[in-house]
Design a protein around this ligand. Structure first.
Ligand SMILES: Cc1cc2nc3c(=O)[nH]c(=O)nc-3n(C[C@H](O)[C@H](O)[C@H](O)COP(=O)(O)O)c2cc1C
Length: 546
């Protein structure tokens, strides 16, 4: 039996061990990549746009560019007057979170980019809206079609709810088509990015987003119609991920009762048949469905942790960015290569790291309030005022002693002069770490040609001790951090790129991590981007005559 086949013992694993086993078998290592097709099977390339044929479509206005709010203003709580809730503002929210930001064209190929990034631009994330009493919209459940910037009316019913909810799901197949077994991880990163994108877009409208943490996956599936098998005949299924309450000015903030809302949706009138994304699937990845089942979230008590982070860190220092938030969100791109020369000031690095700290009332971490479980190992290459080397950034003070107990003896743990005292940043090794970063990132030059790159170290076993489903939330936290990094990089006049391809255990070995206390779940890089002038750009909605 080959290493990647399921053994009889695997079937006896409990969900937690199945999640652990999935994580370990989908690691990339020197000389061994996680199982994947290994080539692009263009014949079966999934359609990037889900549609529900037969569901009535409501086109949304395209007006996010008219929003005058500056990116800098998003970081002063209470600064932005809440927008009135209507079809117009809902359209702006969706345009800035999951809408198309541009089309790229090269030779005979043209592909769309979106405000939310996605591993391989495959976009497994689907977005839904549950609306009640929104001016200009009927009541019920809607699916958002980013290509058309339109809502498909999936279910007609009167939700017992004031305002609206946004739900997210993942079509695992879209990522698995290219990445095979590791794809489940990437779908979870993308959900974190999408949640961040939603939170920033809501902030532009003066709204808040609250993750409804108590909802179980089955509750979300029933509400959004993802469990209606008859609507997905010959179509790739969607796994429920999360549901958020959007808090606008005219809401009292009460969370909807789960049973009442789900029962009302089930009794509604449903319409639409999901489209087939690939006419055949030449590869099946049963491990993905198995880990998805094992990491299934049951309904839980409302978060047991405090309602706020209650942290006392100083306010985020001002950004120098003068762009409007809509401009910045739409210009966000992944750098495909870096120039290998651009350096950023240490102050810029500090602002970027500071923005990854959770603060009450500031996007995006105020969506939920689990304590930070993800910390950063930073490879500093070109930062003026900071010696190159490997640094550790603890996103919460309590992580520092835990790291001191587990990381390699002999690290320096040096503080840098001029680093704000609330930033728990330590230099572990003073060295040129460019080649190490490249090697660890599956030999991708983007990790070394930048100003700095980083790995996200999650408190893995401690996280999983809450339940196997927390495996997904660890990746969501990484995705949220990634979304901060993307926008902060643009705001600083440089550019970022998420890195899902890295050699897991070699990263741990560099730091002396011998067990699963810490696991690196996502990497990122930021620097001076090289722009490929062969690619032509078109506006995101050039194809719509509105
Ligand atoms: C979770 C995640 C992992 C990624 N991994 C890589 C990577 O390993 N290498 C790379 O060059 N780009 C990577 N990217 C960048 C994507 O390819 C990029 O987001 C996608 O092509 C869409 O382009 P855009 O970000 O400009 O919208 C990753 C992005 C995400 C969100």
């Amino acid at each position: 039996m080959s290493e990647n086949q399921t053994s009889p013992e695997d079937f006896e694993m409990d969900p937690l061990n199945r999640v652990r086993a999935y994580h370990h078998r989908t690691k990339h290592g020197f000389g061994r990549y996680a199982a994947s097709p290994g080539f692009m099977d263009w014949e079966t390339q999934p359609d990037p746009f889900r549609r529900f044929e037969g569901a009535a479509q409501t086109p949304l206005p395209l007006s996010a560019d008219q929003l005058p709010v500056l990116y800098a203003e998003l970081f002063t709580p209470g600064m932005i007057q809440p927008a009135p809730l209507n079809q117009h503002s809902v359209g702006q929210l969706l345009e800035l979170s999951f809408g198309l930001s541009a089309w790229k064209q090269y030779g005979g190929d043209r592909w769309a980019l979106r405000c939310n990034p996605s591993s391989g631009n495959l976009h497994p994330t689907e977005a839904y809206l549950v609306a009640s009493g929104v001016d200009g919209l009927e009541d019920g459940v809607f699916h958002y079609v980013s290509h058309d910037h339109a809502l498909e009316h999936r279910c007609s019913f009167q939700p017992p709810l004031q305002g609206f909810l946004v739900g997210l799901s993942s079509i695992h197949w879209r990522e698995a088509w290219k990445y095979g077994e590791r794809a489940f991880r990437y779908c979870q990163h993308d959900i974190g990015h999408a949640l961040g994108a939603l939170r920033y877009a809501a902030a532009v409208l003066g709204w808040k987003v609250r993750l409804l943490e108590a909802w179980g996956d089955d509750d979300i599936a029933s509400l959004l119609g993802l469990d209606r098998q008859g609507d997905f005949v010959d179509a790739e299924t969607e796994a429920p991920d999360l549901l958020c309450l959007i808090e606008t000015s005219n809401m009292n903030g009460d969370e909807p009762d789960i049973d009442t809302l789900v029962a009302a949706a089930k009794a509604g009138v449903w319409a639409g048949q999901a489209n087939t994304l690939s006419k055949t699937h030449n590869f099946d990845w049963p491990e993905i469905e198995e880990v998805s089942t094992a990491a299934h979230k049951p309904r839980t008590e409302q978060s047991l942790v405090a309602e706020t982070f209650g942290n006392t860190i100083p306010p985020l220092p001002p950004t120098l960015c003068e762009l409007t938030a809509a401009e910045l969100i739409k210009q966000r791109r992944s750098a495909q290569s870096f120039d290998g020369v651009t350096a950023i000031p240490a102050k810029t690095l500090y602002r970027i790291l500071d923005a990854t700290l959770p603060r009450d009332d500031l996007p995006p971490f105020d969506v939920g309030c689990w304590p930070p479980k993800v910390h950063l190992v930073v490879f500093v290459h070109r930062v003026v005022g900071l010696p190159p080397g490997v640094y550790l950034f603890c996103r919460s003070p309590d992580a520092e002693p835990k790291f001191r107990n587990t990381l390699k003896q002999g690290f320096k743990w040096e503080r840098s002069e001029g680093c704000p005292s609330h930033l728990h940043l330590f230099r572990l090794i003073r060295a040129d770490a460019k080649q190490a970063a490249i090697t660890l990132s599956c030999q991708q030059a983007i990790a070394g040609d930048s100003a700095f790159s980083l790995g996200m170290l999650a408190e893995f076993e401690e996280g999983l001790s809450e339940g196997p489903w927390v495996y997904r939330r660890l990746f969501w936290e990484c995705g949220l951090i990634g979304q901060v990094l993307y926008l902060e990089a643009e705001a600083a006049g440089v550019r970022g790129t998420g890195i899902g391809c890295f050699f897991d255990d070699p990263v741990h070995e560099l730091l002396g991590i011998e067990d699963v206390t810490w696991q690196s779940l996502y990497h990122f890089t930021i620097g001076g981007a090289l722009v490929d002038n062969r690619l032509q750009s078109l506006p995101g909605y050039w194809h719509l005559q509105r």
